[in-house]
Design a protein around this ligand. Structure first.
Ligand code: CO
Length: 134
Protein backbone atom coordinates (compact mmCIF):
# COMPACT_ATOMS: atom_id res chain seq x y z
CA UNK A 1 0.00 0.00 0.00
CA UNK A 2 2.63 2.60 0.92
CA UNK A 3 4.89 3.81 -1.84
CA UNK A 4 7.90 6.09 -1.81
CA UNK A 5 9.30 7.82 1.26
CA UNK A 6 8.15 11.37 0.54
CA UNK A 7 10.06 13.03 3.39
CA UNK A 8 11.48 12.78 6.86
CA UNK A 9 10.58 15.72 9.10
CA UNK A 10 12.97 16.98 11.76
CA UNK A 11 12.01 19.59 14.33
CA UNK A 12 14.77 22.12 14.98
CA UNK A 13 15.07 25.12 17.30
CA UNK A 14 16.51 27.36 14.55
CA UNK A 15 15.81 26.63 10.91
CA UNK A 16 18.62 28.91 9.63
CA UNK A 17 21.20 27.18 11.81
CA UNK A 18 19.85 23.78 10.76
CA UNK A 19 20.02 24.84 7.10
CA UNK A 20 23.71 25.62 7.52
CA UNK A 21 24.33 22.18 9.04
CA UNK A 22 22.75 20.52 6.02
CA UNK A 23 24.21 22.83 3.37
CA UNK A 24 27.72 23.52 4.72
CA UNK A 25 28.53 20.40 6.73
CA UNK A 26 26.57 17.79 4.79
CA UNK A 27 26.80 19.46 1.38
CA UNK A 28 23.08 19.19 0.62
CA UNK A 29 20.87 21.47 -1.45
CA UNK A 30 18.59 23.39 0.92
CA UNK A 31 15.66 25.67 -0.01
CA UNK A 32 15.01 29.12 1.42
CA UNK A 33 12.91 29.18 4.63
CA UNK A 34 9.17 29.22 4.08
CA UNK A 35 6.64 30.30 6.74
CA UNK A 36 3.48 28.17 6.75
CA UNK A 37 1.31 30.22 9.08
CA UNK A 38 -1.68 27.90 8.97
CA UNK A 39 0.55 24.93 9.94
CA UNK A 40 2.45 26.84 12.63
CA UNK A 41 5.88 26.06 11.17
CA UNK A 42 8.78 27.57 9.29
CA UNK A 43 10.37 24.99 7.08
CA UNK A 44 13.18 24.39 4.66
CA UNK A 45 13.41 21.45 2.30
CA UNK A 46 16.63 19.52 2.00
CA UNK A 47 16.56 18.05 -1.50
CA UNK A 48 18.20 14.65 -1.68
CA UNK A 49 18.42 12.51 -4.82
CA UNK A 50 15.80 10.05 -3.58
CA UNK A 51 13.71 11.96 -1.03
CA UNK A 52 13.48 15.14 1.06
CA UNK A 53 14.23 16.10 4.61
CA UNK A 54 12.07 18.87 6.03
CA UNK A 55 13.55 20.96 8.81
CA UNK A 56 10.74 22.55 10.81
CA UNK A 57 10.91 25.32 13.39
CA UNK A 58 7.83 26.23 15.47
CA UNK A 59 6.05 29.37 14.28
CA UNK A 60 3.76 31.18 16.71
CA UNK A 61 2.43 30.36 20.17
CA UNK A 62 0.05 27.64 19.03
CA UNK A 63 2.52 25.75 16.88
CA UNK A 64 1.73 22.01 16.94
CA UNK A 65 5.45 21.23 17.25
CA UNK A 66 6.21 23.59 20.17
CA UNK A 67 5.69 20.83 22.74
CA UNK A 68 7.95 18.46 20.81
CA UNK A 69 10.76 21.02 20.91
CA UNK A 70 10.24 21.54 24.65
CA UNK A 71 10.78 17.81 25.19
CA UNK A 72 13.61 17.60 22.63
CA UNK A 73 15.48 20.86 23.08
CA UNK A 74 18.14 20.26 20.44
CA UNK A 75 15.54 18.99 17.97
CA UNK A 76 14.74 15.50 16.77
CA UNK A 77 13.02 13.36 14.19
CA UNK A 78 9.31 14.18 14.20
CA UNK A 79 7.71 12.03 11.50
CA UNK A 80 8.16 10.06 8.31
CA UNK A 81 5.87 10.56 5.34
CA UNK A 82 4.94 7.75 2.98
CA UNK A 83 3.14 8.23 -0.30
CA UNK A 84 -0.16 6.51 -1.04
CA UNK A 85 -2.24 6.57 -4.19
CA UNK A 86 -5.65 6.76 -2.51
CA UNK A 87 -5.61 8.24 0.98
CA UNK A 88 -9.20 7.35 1.89
CA UNK A 89 -8.74 3.73 0.83
CA UNK A 90 -5.51 3.66 2.87
CA UNK A 91 -7.30 5.12 5.91
CA UNK A 92 -10.15 2.63 5.68
CA UNK A 93 -7.75 -0.28 5.43
CA UNK A 94 -5.76 0.98 8.44
CA UNK A 95 -8.88 1.56 10.55
CA UNK A 96 -10.09 -1.94 9.70
CA UNK A 97 -6.78 -3.33 10.95
CA UNK A 98 -7.14 -1.45 14.26
CA UNK A 99 -4.73 1.41 13.64
CA UNK A 100 -5.55 4.86 15.01
CA UNK A 101 -5.78 7.84 12.71
CA UNK A 102 -5.17 11.17 14.44
CA UNK A 103 -7.69 14.00 14.45
CA UNK A 104 -11.14 13.54 12.97
CA UNK A 105 -9.95 10.94 10.48
CA UNK A 106 -10.55 13.19 7.51
CA UNK A 107 -7.60 14.01 5.27
CA UNK A 108 -6.41 17.61 5.57
CA UNK A 109 -4.29 19.62 3.17
CA UNK A 110 -0.67 19.28 4.18
CA UNK A 111 2.41 21.45 3.76
CA UNK A 112 2.68 20.50 0.06
CA UNK A 113 -0.94 21.23 -0.81
CA UNK A 114 -1.85 17.54 -0.98
CA UNK A 115 -4.22 15.49 1.25
CA UNK A 116 -2.51 14.05 4.32
CA UNK A 117 -3.34 12.00 7.41
CA UNK A 118 -1.31 11.23 10.52
CA UNK A 119 -1.22 7.84 12.23
CA UNK A 120 -0.73 7.19 15.92
CA UNK A 121 2.95 6.55 16.76
CA UNK A 122 2.07 3.78 19.23
CA UNK A 123 0.66 1.74 16.35
CA UNK A 124 3.75 2.25 14.14
CA UNK A 125 6.85 1.31 16.07
CA UNK A 126 6.93 4.54 18.06
CA UNK A 127 7.06 6.74 14.97
CA UNK A 128 4.53 9.34 13.90
CA UNK A 129 3.58 8.45 10.33
CA UNK A 130 2.16 10.86 7.78
CA UNK A 131 0.46 9.53 4.66
CA UNK A 132 0.33 11.80 1.64
CA UNK A 133 -1.72 11.18 -1.45
CA UNK A 134 0.35 11.89 -4.56
CO1 CO B 1 5.34 16.01 6.82
Amino acid sequence: MIGRLNHVAIVVPDVEAASKVYSSMLGARVSKPLALESHGVRIVFVELPNTKVELMEPLGEASPIAGFLERNTSGGMHHVCYEVEDIEAARDRLLASGARVLGDGKPSIGAHGKPVLFLHPKDFCGTLVELEQV
